[in-house]
Design a protein around this ligand. Sequence first.
Ligand code: ADP
Length: 446
Amino acid sequence: MFNKVLIANRGEIALRVLRACKELGIDTVAVHSTADADAMHVRLADASVCIGPPPSRDSYLNIHEILAACEITGADAIHPGYGFLSENAKFAEILEAHGITFIGPSAEHIRVMGDKIEAKNTAQRLGIPVVPGSDGEITEEAEALRVASEIGFPVIVKAAAGGGGRGMKVAKDKSDLAQAFHTARTEAGAAFGDSAVYIEKYLAKPRHIEIQVLGDGKGGGIHLGERDCSLQRRHQKVWEEAASPALTAEQRSEIGEICANAVRELGYSGAGTVEFLYENDEFYFIEMNTRLQVEHPVTEMITRIDLVNEQLRVASGNGLSVTQEEVAYTGHAIECRINAENPQTFVPSPGQITYYHPPGGLGVRVDSGVYQGYSIPPYYDSLIGKLIVHGRTRDECMMRLRRALDEFVVDGIESTLPLFRDLVVNADIKAGDYDIHWLEKYLADH
Ligand code: ADP
């Protein structure tokens, strides 16, 4: 196992990684920008290094400074968390060249999955069902029209280098296509420096269902079931749950086994998530994320497997602690992403938390880096914390979530807590009856 791990991240995820390291007796190094000198991950780590001014590109994305922090402190591995450098193949390569372990998959796997066209081709080759669409990049309007007519409207034009829900345009019919195609190309070029786009069938009422996988890097791999992340705003997940209210145990093990097989065949190392849209009992691959996900705790709650512990084990050459046969699911878990935002307009609300009282009790977990008196800086994402609740059944989980949301107090700034208090008593949500468009419609009507 490692002696010292540097955590190249901030906020709740830096704390999450730190906790797994502490349990294994691994020393931790926090890095931080000048805006984060008071952050909890800095306070709890064994050592900390300031790596630059507030803007991410000068600090949390500054590979040179992070490497220097590694050398100064003698860290032998880096955990990238999510976001920032977690899916940067060049970063993984540079670490390897410096003899520092990147806690994540190989640079090659990050690169393949980072290009959505290549990822889709790879998925198809590995027997994973994909959304019908173009074979690869589309460069001409005429070709776009031919492909779209073949697969049938509506279609969605997507950026090969896309991420964070950006660079996607829907064309309802023929008359929309030219504009969708050109706008998507221009936006992709501006946002990602790569204007390559491809076309997919636009699914009308799918759920977003993703499979958690773990690979040992030596041809072994398992899946830990699914998460349902259909409740989204602007293609960003808001509420996630496991198990999905829509799947049967047979469907779970069938799609899970397909993904675990792919992981074994790839020789994939560490944690990953295979994302699907799910409609009329069919799964359609959209992308694979080669990192720990924000919503990983719901999987941990129902499997009782510590995903960061498994990442650390695999990266240090110790293999996975569980076999597929040993994975057992118990009960139901829901995560709410509580943001420092106005609950109606979603305008960010950074500033000082004057009073803070997180909920507790049986089955309640709060992953957060904030504390009373802490000021949420305006430079980064607006996550206050994640409330994760577990119950023996979905109904018990919902009842517990309702009372946990009632207990949760965050004063001094605005938060999205009121939105979740409304959602938890909503009839559709209680029935598990929602798709990826449900929340946008709900917000438009309320
Ligand atoms: P990103 O990497 O930007 O998050 P994804 O490919 O993962 O992009 O898609 C994000 C979300 O966009 C999905 O969860 C879904 O809501 C919507 N989406 C993507 N592809 C399609 C499609 N073919 N049909 C309908 N919705 C889609």
